[in-house]
Design a protein around this ligand. Structure first.
Ligand code: SIN
Length: 157
C-alpha cells in the first residue's frame, strides 16, 4: 500500500474521490528497477498498470512474423514515458494484453497497481472506471500525437 496522496498528485488520478483514491492506494506498491530492465513484453497478460515517479521508460514496437520470417524480430522505439506519466494502460482495456515492450532507459522508481483488483473495484465504485477511462483516452491521444509527429518526420521530403 502507498499513501493516497502520492496518487492524487498526478493528473491521471486527480479526478478520483478520496474514497476511490484510498481504495486504489491499497492496491499499489512502490518498486525500483535498474536501467535496462524489461517491464513487460508485447502480448503478455496485462495485470499491472504503472505510474512512473522517477527515471525514464521507453516503449518499443516489436515486428515479428512467426510464419514467414521467424528469424527476424526487430524492435523500434515508439515512445518515452516520463515522471508523472502512466503506462501499461492495456491493463484497463480488453483483451488486457500489452501492445508494446516497456524497458527502463535509466534507473526508475514506479508505483505498480494491481489492475485485476482495480477492475474488480468497479463493483463498489461504479464511476471509477468511467473517470479512469477519460484519463486512458487522454494518454492514448498523447501516444497518437507523438506517433503522428514521428510519421510526419519520416515522410518529410
Ligand atoms: C500498453 O499498455 O499496451 C503499452 C504501454 C502503454 O501504451 O501504456
Amino acid at each position: 500500500m502507498i499513501s493516497p496522496e502520492r496518487l492524487r498528485l498526478h493528473p491521471f488520478f486527480g479526478d478520483l474521490t478520496p474514497d476511490q483514491l484510498n481504495a486504489l492506494a491499497m492496491l499499489a506498491d512502490t518498486v525500483a528497477y535498474p536501467k535496462d530492465t524489461v517491464i513487460f513484453q508485447v502480448g503478455a497478460p496485462a495485470k499491472t498498470i504503472y505510474l512512473l515517479e522517477k527515471g525514464c521508460v521507453e516503449l518499443y514496437y516489436e515486428s515479428f512474423d512467426p510464419v514467414f520470417k521467424p528469424e527476424l524480430r526487430r524492435q523500434y522505439l515508439i515512445g518515452e514515458v516520463n515522471p508523472g506519466e502512466v503506462f501499461g494502460v492495456s491493463a484497463l482495456i480488453e483483451p488486457y494484453k500489452f501492445t508494446s515492450v516497456a524497458a527502463t532507459a535509466t534507473p526508475c522508481q514506479m508505483v505498480e497497481i494491481d489492475a485485476e483488483k482495480l477492475r474488480a473495484l468497479s463493483d463498489n465504485f461504479p464511476e471509477l472506471m468511467c473517470v479512469l477511462s477519460k484519463q486512458i483516452i487522454h494518454t492514448l491521444m498523447e501516444r497518437l500525437h507523438y506517433t503522428r509527429i514521428q510519421l510526419a518526420a519520416e515522410r518529410a521530403p
